[in-house]
Each structure stands twice: as structure tokens, then as C-alpha cells.
Design a protein. Structure first.
Length: 299
């Protein structure tokens, strides 16, 4: 049972994170995947009752030095073109939102991972959104090719939206977790607060195959898992599948989930989905938004 001090601390953390969720950062490169992610995030902003949306385009061309004059002129032309596209997008989104929601646009000359972390600190961004193209185009899309790097380094929760995923109100979400360092590495408070902000029902899922990951510490980790999440009254599932990524996505589809939550680690679910050797079979399974949280470091 929590003490009154713990309850007060938890409530304070919830209020703080909910304030952060009010600002959503959307990365765009104007591809079809990015456009779809923007539309998805705009609808999600209404469910989260966000008060600000920032649309960001990362322009690497202008960051180059000593480029030929002809290339510099072309770069400036493209820069002005992107400014106009961003302003058009801003006006279109503003028409879809209430007057209370502020839409901002910006062009940055830095890598996406640097942008998202700085914006998390300086602009109180509580959620970043990126689009990703499936199947053979996964590595060919700017946003898609940068997703792994951003996910590994981002301190801000990152929502990855597949290219053809249409928004549905998030009523059910599944947290795909392993049974390693459960209490120390799991950003449970941040995940819980996001679930509360969405008003969604949470399921906890562990995927294994022939008890491959079972060891003497597993029982203790399962106990830690329940201690960490029981107050949310989630549904727990332990399933068998030799392919973790496919198992998670098949489960999410069967149980009509609208969101998959994961904590990227060196190996496991996330690496299975977005490893450089991704197969078409795995790419086919990417059909639901993925919400990624940063693994917590032991104190």
C-alpha cells in the first residue's frame, strides 16, 4: 500500500507529465508517410486535449559549408519552398482544430535526435510523432531511415505511425515487455500517465518461445511486473511465438488494440521490427502505431 507521501508524489508526477502531453512535436519530410502521421497526430491531439502542435522539418542541405554557388542557390530555393509548404500545412491543420490549439511550424538544420531532445527540454514537448513507410520502402524514406536513431536516443516518448494507419480513438493499448530488469528499467510512471491521459485500457504482454528467456530470476521479475502494474488493473498475457515482433502484432490485431507500447532495448521487440535486415514478413506486421518510451537507468 502506498503512503500518503507516495500518493502525493505520484499525483504530482501525473500532473507534470499531463502538462507535457499538451505539446506534440510532429516531424515531416512531406512524404506520404509523414502526411499520414501528421493527420494521425492532429486527431490524437484532440483525444489528449493538447494545446500546442509543432510541425518540424529538418533541413540538412543548408547546414553544409563551402558548397558551390549553384547548389547554394538551389538550396535557398528549396528552403523557401519548404517554408511555404509548412505555412500551408499550418493553416490546413488550424482549420481542423479549435482556436485554443496553437499550431507552430519550424525548419531546423540539425539531426532529428538532437531536435527532439532539445524541444523536450526547451519547449516542454511531451510526445514526438514520426511517420514510417512499410515493406520495401522502409529504408528509403527519410523519416523511416532516421527512426531507429531517434528511438534509441530520444528522451521524449516517440510515436511511430505506419504509412497507411488511419486514426482510431485509442481505447485499448498493449505494453509489450520482457522480463528483464522490470522494476529498474521500466518507465512505468510515464507509461501510466500517458494511458491516463488517453483514458485507455491497458494490457501487459510478454512473448516467449519454449521458455527461451526463462531463468531463475524470471519468477522474481514476474512478481515485480505485477507489483508495478496491478494498481492499473491491466490484463496480463503470456504467449508463445518464436518471433517476438510478429507475436506482439498478431496479439494486438486479434485483441483489437489501437496502440502498441514498447521500451526499445538492445534486443527484443523493437529491434525485431526495425532491424536493418527487416524482412517483408515483419514489415507486413507493422500496421499499428508504436509508442516508444526511453528505458530508465538505475539510480
Amino acid at each position: 500500500m502506498e503512503t500518503s507521501a507516495q500518493i502525493e508524489n505520484n499525483e504530482g508526477a501525473a500532473r507534470a507529465l499531463n502538462n507535457h502531453v499538451k505539446t506534440i512535436l510532429i516531424f515531416t519530410d512531406f512524404s506520404e508517410a509523414a502526411v499520414n502521421a501528421t493527420n494521425y497526430a492532429t486527431a490524437l491531439a484532440q483525444q489528449l486535449k493538447a494545446s500546442r502542435i509543432i510541425i518540424c522539418y529538418s533541413d540538412f542541405i543548408l547546414s553544409a559549408v563551402d558548397i558551390p554557388l549553384e547548389d547554394a542557390i538551389h538550396a535557398e530555393y528549396e528552403h523557401q519552398k519548404k517554408i511555404m509548404q509548412l505555412e500551408t500545412l499550418k493553416n490546413e491543420l488550424q482549420l481542423q482544430l479549435s482556436e485554443q490549439v496553437i499550431v507552430e511550424v519550424c525548419i531546423e538544420q540539425r539531426s532529428l535526435d538532437l531536435i527532439v531532445n532539445d524541444f523536450g527540454k526547451d519547449r516542454s514537448v511531451g510526445l514526438a510523432v514520426m511517420g514510417i513507410a512499410g515493406k520495401s520502402r522502409l529504408e528509403q524514406t527519410l523519416i523511416g531511415s532516421k527512426t531507429i536513431r531517434v528511438a534509441r536516443t530520444s528522451t521524449v516518448p516517440l510515436l511511430i505511425v505506419p504509412e497507411h494507419t488511419a486514426f482510431m480513438p485509442i481505447e485499448k493499448a498493449v505494453f509489450a515487455c520482457d522480463l528483464k530488469k522490470v522494476s529498474k528499467a521500466t518507465p512505468s510512471r510515464a507509461i501510466k500517465n500517458m494511458i491516463h491521459a488517453l483514458g485507455a485500457k491497458l494490457s501487459i504482454l510478454n512473448v516467449d518461445h519454449n521458455e527461451k528467456h526463462f531463468n531463475p530470476d524470471t519468477i522474481m521479475e514476474m512478481a515485480n511486473l505485477h507489483q508495478l502494474w496491478d494498481n492499473e488493473q491491466p490484463e496480463y498475457y503470456y504467449i508463445e511465438n518464436e518471433d517476438i515482433a510478429a507475436g506482439v502484432m498478431d496479439f494486438a490485431n486479434t485483441h483489437q488494440m489501437q496502440l502498441v507500447i514498447a521500451v526499445p532495448k538492445e534486443y527484443g521487440f523493437f529491434e525485431g521490427l526495425f532491424h536493418s535486415s527487416l524482412t517483408r514478413k515483419l514489415a507486413y506486421h507493422i500496421h499499428l502505431p508504436l509508442l516508444l518510451f526511453k528505458e530508465e537507468k538505475p539510480r
